[in-house]
Ligand binder design. Structure first.
Ligand code: TXA
Ligand code: MG
Length: 356
């Protein structure tokens, strides 16, 4: 049965969170309740990571299968020893380089932690967020906080308190509204229990930057056209994820041809009386205006930070307009382009339209 409760929501200052509100939220965590809170990547659905019953509520509220493991958030480097053992030297180097920030390290789990955090695996994923609300909440609660993204399972991650309300109203005790998440896409997840380490999910910290600290990392971009058809498996990393209700048609290839193919598809769907949304950019949006589609610009094609920032919100906006199909293209595989591509492939359920 889905965890049900009455939800309260409070506005909190994202830069200087008010102590009384932090204390109120910390009390909920200490009572094994659920608090949704902003981080720099996306909103998290938080619970006491040391309490099995609290973690169970996360799974239940999200309707998330138990085999999908959960990230634990810490506020200070010292907290890491409470969670992980045999931490390799390379993990320390990454932690010192990118924490606090959008990097999650998979490590060997300390034996006293609830195994529910990563069922069937002897590991735990840990991240130290930089967002003041997230960090102060952890400090006030005085426990590490387990938090997946605060969306219903398979839905696009929540990047604002409003998205949390859409997906989890009456299934979370308290929502801290601290405005929009800045990055808008989740953290990079890297498995440090393997040698060389393996990128399980590209995210807010681009792989190129990780390479500057750890010379050898393994990763395969989720791309069904690769010779190797199996992308790295993080248990629970189902292909169908980050999905709007509409069907996503993801186009890939040389930009001008792709745009022409998308325009053509949009017109064709319009003639079939389908309602179509296009996720586009400032430079390209005008190509679709006459097709009758609802067009959202995610910013300049040269500013992938902005594209990442609005991607999930844009998917939700089109969903709320009840479009049946969403047309979108990839923006390369460099920098944040890789994380954007990964989320688009998943939202399209792995089906990609290659334009020759
Ligand atoms: O930016 C983020 O990472 C956000 C914010 C709230 O911190 N959290 C987030 O959590 O995106 P979630 O649960 O939506 O995604 C966690 C990812 C999943 O792909 C999961 O499979 C992987 O991390 N993961 C968690 N624990 C793991 C473990 N022990 N081993 C391998 N993968 C793990
Ligand atoms: Mg998630």
């Amino acid at each position: 049965m889905r965890y049900t409760t009455s939800t309260s929501m409070v506005s909190i200052d994202p830069k200087h969170p008010q102590p009384d509100l932090l204390q109120q939220a910390a009390d909920v965590i200490q009572r094994d309740g659920l608090v949704a809170f902003p981080t720099e990547t996306v909103y998290g659905l938080g619970a006491n990571a040391l309490r099995e019953v609290a973690i169970e509520r996360i799974f239940s509220a999200k309707e998330r299968p138990y085999h999908d493991p959960i990230i634990v958030h810490i506020a200070d480097m010292d907290n890491l020893h409470q969670l992980a053992i045999n931490i390799p030297e390379q993990a320390w180097r990454l932690a010192h380089a990118f924490w606090p920030g959008a990097l999650t390290l998979v490590l060997e789990r300390a034996p006293q932690l609830p195994s529910l955090l990563a069922q069937g695996m002897p590991t735990v994923a840990v991240r130290m967020p930089v967002h003041p609300v997230a960090r102060e909440l952890i400090r006030y609660a005085q426990v590490p906080i387990a938090a997946p993204s605060a969306n219903r399972f398979t839905r696009p991650s929540a990047t604002s308190a409003q998205h949390v309300v859409e997906d989890l109203f009456n299934h979370v005790d308290l929502i801290l509204d601290g405005g929009d998440a800045t990055i808008g896409i989740e953290s990079t997840v890297i498995d440090m229990t393997q040698n060389p380490p393996v990128i399980l999910r590209p995210g807010g910290i681009p792989v190129e930057r990780i390479h500057q600290v750890v010379s050898e990392v393994k990763w395969m971009l989720h791309n069904p056209k690769n010779d190797d058809p199996t992308p790295p498996k993080s248990p629970g990393m189902l292909s169908k994820h980050y999905s709007p209700r509409a069907e996503v048609l993801l186009f890939e290839g040389e930009a001008s041809r792709v745009i022409e193919a998308m325009r053509h598809k949009s017109l064709e769907l319009g003639q079939d009386h389908k309602s179509v949304g296009v996720l586009s950019t400032d430079e390209e949006a005008h190509f679709f205006l006459e097709t009758g589609a609802r067009v959202i610009s995610m910013g300049s094609v040269n500013n992938l930070e902005q594209v990442a920032h609005v991607l999930f919100r844009a998917m939700r906006v089109l969903d709320n307009q009840h479009v049946e199909k969403i047309l979108v293209r990839g923006y390369g595989k460099q920098g944040l382009g890789a994380a954007i591509w990964d989320r688009l492939v998943r939202s399209a359920d792995g089906k990609i339209i290659y334009v020759e």
